[in-house]
Design a protein around this ligand. Structure first.
Ligand code: HEM
Length: 454
């Protein structure tokens, strides 16, 4: 017979469930000889309750206390390359002073895959290899049956496993956000603010599960001993009672932290380390990626650069009345003719507003564009000859305003511009990138009169 499952998806109810001692994580089933997956699950804090949980959690916390998050960030930003999973684990292993961090990172991979259940001989072999290397210094050569040393070793493996997938999930999400930051108007925010909002908006851990070890009650629902409870973290993180305008990605949010790291008494002990590791690996990605650097400029007239971009977009748009209504995928987005025009116009307006504010000695308007992350109903509408005419009038005038404004600026203002951010010359060259939206749609007829990308 299957147990009833109760689901909670409001912030308040999820917190109540996590705080309730009658609800515990699903315990590990079975035990095994030291050095097996079954033994690992039966020995780590993650699947334990009561005194065993408190003792094992203290082991993890004592290892983590040796790691300074700032040093971890620095270490994650340097050293050899690898995928995010390997980088996360290797950095932790190295900073914990464990032997052969690169091999430890490789060994953790199959263990992470099998951690929540299932048989996998590769995972068993990896745990057997890891066990002697994770025992506290001075006990590793013993080879005997030191339960205390083995418990330390198991929880060290558990720490690395817990860090592996969730942190790399965060990094993958954050890399996408950082890559598109300029496009989405997010360059003004620190990596920390972006990470905090990504953790809320698109959490790498989306669900937690609990088992009732005695009868209890959550949010008016009776839960009987043996029932299962599912906590929908992703939904609770968008609870409008706690996070106003919850669907909007807003790195300026204040208020309570989301539930992505859980909540007491089992709140993730590695939460500061996770953010430091993610920030360090993003620092490395940004340093490696020339696309994230300040826009390159040359001796072209910056006004001409903006105008040429608009001409290019309009040449593309002149073919779009033939569009068949199917959106075009590009990266992890989709584009349509109306969306491309919207993005080009908004990009021109956004940086013009920034430039004007800085010239007036004001702070630019905080950024709340949804930009390319959303596709509106209007974006999906057919693109008619009238739409093309209106787009031409709109974009041509915007290019004209840019041209007139840039021509009033002195070389000093162009290259040593007032206020924080890129220089005005760099802003103009950055706008060349708007051609990307039009190029995502391309030429839809053979009669294109494309003057070429500026
Ligand atoms: C974005 C990255 C991370 C997320 C979202 C995350 C999330 C969580 C959550 C939600 C729990 C509680 C699970 C539950 O109550 O059922 C947890 C537990 C745990 N996490 Fe993390 N974690 C992350 C990274 C890390 C890192 C980097 C470490 C270690 C350096 C770590 C170590 C642990 C450990 C040892 C536990 C078990 C604690 C216990 O059972 O008391 N986590 N994590």
């Amino acid at each position: 017979m299957t147990s009833p499952v109760h689901e909670f998806d409001h912030d308040r109810d999820v917190r109540a469930a996590l705080a309730d001692p009658a609800l515990v994580p699903l315990p590990a089933t079975g035990t095994g000889a030291p050095g097996t997956m079954a033994w690992l699950r039966a020995t780590v804090a993650r699947f334990s309750s009561g005194d065993a949980h408190a003792r094992r959690r203290a082991l993890v916390e004592s290892d983590l206390a040796r790691l300074d998050p700032a040093a971890l960030r620095k270490a994650a930003a340097s050293g050899p390359d690898g995928d995010a999973r390997l980088l996360v684990v290797r950095t932790l292993a190295q900073e914990l002073g464990l032997p052969d961090p690169a091999a430890v990172a490789e060994a953790i991979r199959p263990v992470a895959r099998a951690y929540f259940g299932g048989d996998d001989p590769d995972a068993d072999a990896a745990v057997a290899w890891l066990l002697p290397r994770m025992r506290p210094a001075g006990t590793e050569a013993g080879g005997g049956t030191d339960d205390g040393a083995d418990e330390v070793a198991a929880n060290r493996i558990g720490l690395l496993v817990q860090a592996c997938d969730a942190t790399s999930g965060l990094i993958d999400r954050a890399a996408g956000v950082v890559r598109r930051a300029a496009d989405d108007g997010l360059t003004a925010y620190s990596t920390e603010s972006l990470l905090t909002e990504i953790l809320r908006h698109d959490p790498p851990v989306r669900v937690m599960r609990r088992l009732a070890v005695r009868d209890t009650r959550i949010a008016g629902t009776d839960i009987a001993r043996g029932d299962l409870v599912t906590l929908d973290i992703a939904a609770a993180n968008r609870d409008p009672e706690v996070f106003p305008d919850p669907e909007t990605f807003d790195p300026e949010r204040t208020g309570p932290l989301s539930l992505t790291f859980g909540s007491p008494p089992r709140v993730c002990p590695g939460r500061n380390h996770a953010s430091a590791l993610a920030a360090g690996i993003l620092d490395r990605a940004q340093a490696d990626d020339p696309a994230d650097d300040t826009p390159a400029t040359d001796d072209r007239d910056p006004a001409r650069v903006v105008a040429a971009m608009v001409e290019h977009v309009l040449a593309r748009a002149s073919t779009w009345t033939a569009w068949d209504g199917r959106p075009f995928p590009a990266d992890d987005r989709v584009y349509t003719p109306h969306k491309a025009i919207r993005r080009v116009a908004d990009h021109l307006v956004d940086h013009l507003a920034e430039l004007e504010a800085r010239l007036a000695g004001e702070e630019p308007q905080p950024d709340h564009w949804h930009a390319s992350t959303i596709t509106t109903d209007a974006d999906l509408a057919p693109f008619t000859r009238h739409d093309l005419d209106e787009a031409r009038s709109r974009l041509t005038r915007l290019a004209r305003i840019w041209t007139n404004r840039l021509h009033t600026l002195t070389p000093e203002q162009l290259d040593h511009s007032p206020g924080a951010g890129w220089t005005f010359r760099q802003l103009a060259f950055h706008l060349m990138g708007s051609a990307h939206y039009a190029d995502a749609i391309g030429n839809l007829t053979a009669t294109d009169t494309d003057p070429g990308t500026p």
